[in-house]
Design a protein around this ligand. Structure first.
Ligand code: A3P
Length: 341
């Protein structure tokens, strides 16, 4: 069996001495965490406090929990993987920075992948030093794949705004499967991957617990500023959602902006057709230079984040048994909780 190397445990754990390792990391070694390693299983997952964290990200998760200091003014994008994180980063960045980039021909989104404009807590906060370098812009725009319960305490204690994006579970699974195949070409068959997804063994999953933990928090604590967005609804009415997001971020479109078409301009700038056809997103790689991790230090093709950008592609992949099984899980998990799924 060949697996990607787990990140060096000492890199992060040497910084954890003051508080001691988490219960699940006793012994000081991430490799002691339960994991899902099986035949052909590259990019394996560690079980960490009830969620499945990619081995590549486990050190970053622990470091961000320990070191990240949220500010009340922060905007945090929280997403499970493959629900449209890249698109949402583009939208949030474009909305929050539109005053600085009125000439769209000069816009940073034309030359940088959104991941380079909006840091990922568990990806970019890898060492104590990096935390201080993190996105000095104000207000800070940050992102994470962490489920609510694993967010750094400072985030939970702050009044920072959270934008949460989710997506039809079947399309999320299909998108994830393609992404993993692209990253690790010998990934498990569709059936094996599907069974794992149903068991909750997906990156930062289970998928439903990820969505539910944040949704339930927003119900229990209505004062918490959270905006829930569904990929399919944003696809259907992008400009309506752009306005809604801008209001949530306290940067609503002015009547002048509406009149001169700024909403449509940002929608087009962030659209799949535009972003996926940019040279930066077609032929360059995204990497985290300080990551002592095989995959992300070598770089991942930016194009891997722009596959199809459609809704409903799952019908081309899932059998009727698979559809039934996932429908059953969704019904069981989401019944009566008031979230449109
Ligand atoms: P598909 O694989 O279904 O095409 P993430 O950014 O969370 O990794 O999610 C990736 C998914 O979002 C992929 O879905 C990708 O094609 C889609 N995507 C990327 N950019 C998009 C955009 N600008 N508009 C809509 N969907 C986009």
């Amino acid at each position: 069996m060949s697996t990607l190397q787990s990140p060096s445990s000492t890199t992060v754990l040497e910084h954890l001495e003051e508080d001691g390792p988490s219960q699940k990391c006793k012994g000081g070694n991430i490799s002691s965490l339960p994991n899902d390693i099986g035949p052909q299983d590259k990019g394996f997952l560690n079980e960490y406090h009830g969620f499945w964290i990619p081995a590549l990200a486990t050190s970053g998760v622990i470091a961000s929990q320990k070191y990240f200091q949220a500010r009340d003014t922060d905007i945090l994008l929280v997403t499970p993987p493959k629900v449209g994180t890249t698109w949402s980063k583009a939208i949030l960045f474009a909305l929050m920075n539109r005053i600085h980039y009125q000439d769209l021909q000069e816009h940073p989104l034309l030359t940088k992948i959104p991941h380079d404009l909006v840091p990922l807590l568990e990806g970019d906060i890898y060492t104590k030093k990096k935390v201080h370098d993190l996105n000095p812009a104000f207000p800070r725009l940050l992102s994470t794949h962490l489920p609510y319960v694993l967010l750094p305490t400072s985030v939970k204690d702050s009044t920072c705004k959270i934008v949460y994006v989710y997506r039809n579970a079947k399309d999320t699974f299909v998108s994830l499967w393609h992404f993993q195949n692209r990253l690790y070409p010998t990934t498990a068959s569709l059936e094996e991957a599907f069974n794992k997804f149903c068991k909750g063994m997906s990156p930062f999953g289970s998928y439903w617990d990820h969505v539910l933990s944040c949704w339930k928090k927003s119900i229990q604590n209505p004062g918490r500023k959270m905006l829930f967005l569904k990929y399919e609804e944003m696809k259907e009415q992008p400009t309506t959602y752009l306005k809604r997001i801008a209001e949530f971020l306290d940067c609503p479109f002015s009547p002048e902006e509406e009149a001169k078409g700024t909403v449509n301009d940002i929608s087009s700038l962030c659209s799949f057709d535009n972003l996926s056809n940019l040279d930066v997103n077609k032929s360059r790689k995204w990497c985290l230079p300080d990551h002592k991790m095989t995959l992300f230090s070598q770089g991942v093709d930016n194009a891997a984040f722009f596959r199809q950008g459609q809704t409903g592609d799952w019908v081309n992949y899932l059998t009727s048994e698979m559809t039934e099984k996932l429908d059953h899980i969704i019904e069981e998990k989401f019944h009566g909780i008031g979230l449109k799924f």
